[in-house]
Design a protein around this ligand. Structure first.
Ligand code: FAD
Ligand code: DHB
Length: 391
């Protein structure tokens, strides 16, 4: 098989890149290790920056998002049993965010690609990427019981944190930075209308809690747990009781309970690999970087990476212009580190750290109070949360 751009991975990064390239008239083949049902139902992120929504629209992939996405103009911060609202449009130049699940973006992009008859192979496992220092890199992959090869002009590894793309880069050509956080999130989906109109980020002595949603009928909630905790330790009743304690406020507020349809534990880490290019191999999304989820940046960063890359590849094919490809890593990394800083700031401010002393805990509360009470403080949150403009 031969193509212009070989894309490894059909997560949001790989699928959006393929769609943007398709619109630019550049052909690509997407190889995905798992089956369609698996990638369409993997529960992950749910919050889109304005810029991500705009890119999906420009890619012609936002018809259902525009109908079903929930537009939010703020979030609620809870601590000391009080609520504080952060308003986005007034603090962040009119920007809003949209609640629309990653699973739905993935479904929409897969449907568009298959309708267009463009190549997307499921259960196609990339084994090795070779000749990335040449003008003809090759992906060796396994599909339909046979070893196969895909010859490309460029390879983009959108194969997530555990993929093979990053491992293909020679060790001495890559610098990695990482941080493990001493907690994890237990996430649930429940068939119950959300108990709030906007997302609630709560800091409590017992741990952080987040109330998010997927629709008017489905709630998505998270609890800070220990990194070695297991879902078996969390029967439904215990989850609801813990959520109720952590969201408690003075005055009236009620957490609605309902059947829990999904439970999972996600570790929290920050990770960056630099540069995001080696020869004709490019890294995008989780293949190059991971952020702790508190700032809701993972999916949005993946979208920003492939937006830059699609434009750069488009310029290369249309005018033999290499400038965008040469600038890709540096431009993407500027956004990545901004998001890494914001995610770290939100995470440390909102999670009691079992290793931290009482003094640090008081400092984090003082920081929260400043964010809630000051325009300067809440502007920092609002402009980062809604997403800085794309370069
Ligand atoms: P992925 O979505 O990981 O896609 C990579 C794809 O590559 C996968 O489909 C994989 O099967 C495929 N692949 C891997 N290896 C190969 C191979 N060798 N050959 C072929 N295909 C391969 N972000 C938030 O903002 N909020 C959240 O609440 C949140 N929760 C998360 C929960 C979990 C459990 C995880 C893992 C991430 C979460 N994230 C969250 C982060 C967000 O979901 C990711 O940033 C986003 O999925 C990145 O998209 P991606 O396309 O780069 O990678
Ligand atoms: C969701 C996840 C996040 O990490 C976040 O900060 C906000 C929302 C979600 O899954 O809905």
């Amino acid at each position: 098989l031969r193509t212009s751009v070989g894309i490894v991975g059909a997560g949001p990064a790989g699928l959006l890149l393929a769609q943007l390239l398709h619109r630019a008239g550049v052909d690509a083949v997407v190889l995905e290790a798992r089956n369609r049902d698996y990638v369409e139902h993997r529960q992950r992120a749910g919050l889109l920056e304005q810029g991500t929504v705009d890119v999906l629209r420009s890619a012609g992939a936002a018809a259902r998002l525009d109908r079903e996405g929930l537009v939010h103009e703020g979030i609620e911060l809870r601590f000391d049993r009080r609520s504080h609202r952060v308003d986005f449009p007034s603090l962040a130049d009119g920007r809003r965010v949209t609640v629309y699940a990653q699973t739905e973006i993935v479904k929409d992009l897969i449907a568009l690609r298959l309708e267009a008859g463009a190549p997307l192979l499921f259960e196609a496992v990339a084994q090795e990427i070779v000749d990335i220092d040449t003008e003809r890199p090759v992906i060796r992959y396994f599909h339909d019981d046979a070893e196969r090869t895909l010859e490309c002009d460029f390879v983009v590894a959108c194969d997530g944190f555990h993929g093979i793309g990053r491992q293909t880069v020679p060790e001495d050509a890559l610098t990695t930075y990482s941080r493990e956080y001493p907690f994890a999130w237990l996430g649930i989906l429940a068939d119950v209308p959300p108990s709030c109109e906007e997302l609630i980020y709560a800091r409590h002595e017992r741990g952080f809690a987040l109330h998010s949603m997927r629709s008017e009928h489905v709630s998505r909630l998270y609890l800070q747990v220990a990194p070695d905790d297991r879902v078996e330790n969390w029967p439904d009743e215990r989850i609801w009781e813990e959520l109720e304690l952590r969201f408690a406020v003075r005055g009236d507020w009620k957490l609605h309970r309902g059947p829990i349809t999904e439970k999972g534990i996600t570790p929290m880490r920050g990770f960056v690999a630099e540069p995001m290019r080696h020869g004709r191999l490019f890294l995008a999304g989780d293949a190059a970087h991971i952020v702790p989820p508190t700032g809701a940046k993972g999916l949005n960063l993946a979208a920003a990476d492939v937006t830059l890359l699609a434009r750069a590849l488009g310029d290369w094919y249309a005018h033999a212009d290499e400038a965008g490809l040469d600038a890709y890593s540096e431009r993407a990394l500027r956004r990545v580190w901004r998001a890494q800083h914001f995610s770290n700031w939100m995470t440390t401010m909102l999670h009691p750290d079992p290793r931290e002393d009482a003094f640090s805990a008081r400092l984090h509360l003082a920081q929260l109070e400043y964010v809630a009470a000051s325009v300067a403080g809440s502007t920092m949150l609002a402009e980062n949360y809604t997403g800085l403009p794309m370069e």
